[in-house]
Design a protein around this ligand. Sequence first.
Ligand SMILES: [Zn+2]
Length: 345
Amino acid sequence: MLAVVTVVSEPHADAGHPEQPARVTAIQAALAHSSLHERLTALRPVPATLEQVTRVHTPDYVAALGRAVHGPPRIIEPAPTYITPESFDCALLAAGGAIQAVETALAPTAREGELSGAFALVRPPGHHAMPEGAMGFCLFNNVAIAARHAQALGAGKVMIADIDLHHGNGTQAAFEEDPSVLFLSTHQNSLYPFASGPEDAMGLGAGVGCTLNIPLPPGSGDGAYERICEEIIVPAADRFGPDLLLVSAGFDAHWRDPLGELQLSARGYGRIVQTLRAIAMRHCGGKIALVLEGGYDLQALPACVLASLGALLGDEDLPDPIGPARSSEPDVRPLLQRVRLRHGL
Ligand SMILES: [Zn+2]
């Protein structure tokens, strides 16, 4: 079964900001007009508890954010993260949506050989949020909270594949010393948060080897990601052998997105999700949960989500009403070769 949990967070909004409620309502509208929705189960979101959130975030940060939102709507440091009086509750609901996605994926009702998946279509996004503070549009780290919740429910090894345009620095920070979580991130190099996510950041202490960064040159697109899936993601997953696969599903690496210069298409995203689905079927008994991160073009974002849902449902033929990028791609073979060598793949 494939479930969807949707959190629009209407009152968490700042006029003119790219991270806006229309991102999720555009996905809802596209789903309503697609036959895909007949094949999905809708879940009602439940807010995360403070106990669940503080498995990742420091109690001091959570308490400070709870106090800070009571002032006027404003940008907080580090910019460009905004808060409104409702932001704390919206962030709890987004984290709760990610938790529900994981609970659905782990539900014992799943039948042998079938996908047990969910997609948390939630905002605000999470992967920049650090254990001790907000960052980059993110208040709570939804995917990290979901990973810790899964482990509290008995999942041993969790793999997090972060396919957002940006490096998931908050997620890396949450798990970099932890060998039970493999964090793998593809992202445009030298983009926000700038010095974050170089190929030589491989984890710390007992977690060395369990952080795997693939910083891509501008222009990288479907061809580069096909190689990455085949040459890095699949062998890294086969070696790690996760019990659960989580995906930080950011769609701002689409060629139309205004925030970056990667060139994935909606179908290219769908192909990545086909690879991730196959990993989940092979290693995790079909248990996979996707959590929405970025994606700021209101045409590309729904197209990417629909292609990803089709891929999760096992469709071979993935819709792409927008089509591929028209520019050529840089050669990423030397980069992938270095990453493979560094990680012994
Ligand atoms: Zn992003």
